[in-house]
Write a protein that binds this ligand. Structure first.
Ligand SMILES: C[S@@+](CC[C@H](N)C(=O)[O-])C[C@H]1O[C@@H](n2cnc3c(N)ncnc32)[C@H](O)[C@@H]1O
Length: 217
């Protein structure tokens, strides 16, 4: 897989469009799973379960939640009583305002929407960051995803994890504004580009998969 040969995604325009997409959902549902367009808090939590598996044997650790939304993962870690060194990053100022307003542990959790404040952590995770492509073409979107995976790889010192909707979804249920990715192709890409230690999870009952990339083994 290469990230070349396609017109580049205009990130500024894209992030503005994301804000417009999430605004009515946040207005209606507030800081909740539905507010960030998940079907339920159960499916949101199930995604976190998969992503956190990247830390196997690596707890306590620092964690970067890339595309953190209103900070649901921070709440989950604090509720579990885990020692938290959590940093949440999101391109949306509104999301970060919500995350800060509901910060479950101001001593252990920090939030930012400024790319220049991004710092590497032990692990970087991204949940639901690559699903919504709006009207961006598939090839350009894939290039954008690959570029962002390089960023995640740099930000997770010991590894990173992300999820994507699966190309194995039923065709009649697929939406034209969402991106459905072939897990085998991404597995191949992650093995070749980032690490020999890659796990593909496609067995948790959602129309998506999770990739764990461990670079510290
Ligand atoms: C579906 S929501 C999921 C939020 C959170 N991860 C969760 O599971 O509750 C996706 C979030 O990713 C953010 N996002 C999308 N693209 C991003 C990017 N390139 N960098 C940082 N945040 C991004 C959006 O603003 C939105 O808050």
């Amino acid at each position: 897989m290469t990230a070349q040969g396609h017109s580049k995604v205009d990130r500024e325009a894209l992030f503005g469009a994301f804000d417009a997409y999430y605004a009515p959902r946040l207005d209606q549902h507030g800081a909740s799973a539905r507010g960030v367009d998940w079907n339920s808090s159960e499916s949101q939590a199930l995604r976190f379960d998969q992503l956190l598996r990247v830390r196997e044997g690596g707890v306590p650790c620092s964690l970067l939640d890339y595309g953190c939304g209103y900070g649901a993962l921070a709440h989950r870690l604090v509720a579990q009583g885990e020692p938290v060194d959590y940093r949440g990053f999101d391109v949306s100022e509104r999301m970060i305002d919500l995350a800060r307003a509901h910060n479950p542990d101001p001593a252990g959790c920090r939030f930012s929407n400024r790319p220049n404040e991004l710092e590497p952590a032990d692990y970087a995770v991204a949940s639901g960051v690559f699903n919504l492509r709006l009207n961006v073409g598939e090839a350009a979107w894939e290039a954008y995803v690959l570029e962002t995976l390089d960023t995640l790889a740099q930000l997770g010192r010991r590894g990173f994890a992300f999820n994507l909707l699966t190309s194995w979804s039923d065709a009649d249920r697929m939406r034209p504004d969402l991106f459905y990715a072939d897990p085998a192709r991404f597995f191949d890409h992650c093995k070749r580009r980032y690490s020999r230690n890659v796990a593909l999870l496609h067995d948790y009952g959602l129309y998506e998969w999770t990739m764990l990339v461990r670079t510290d083994a």
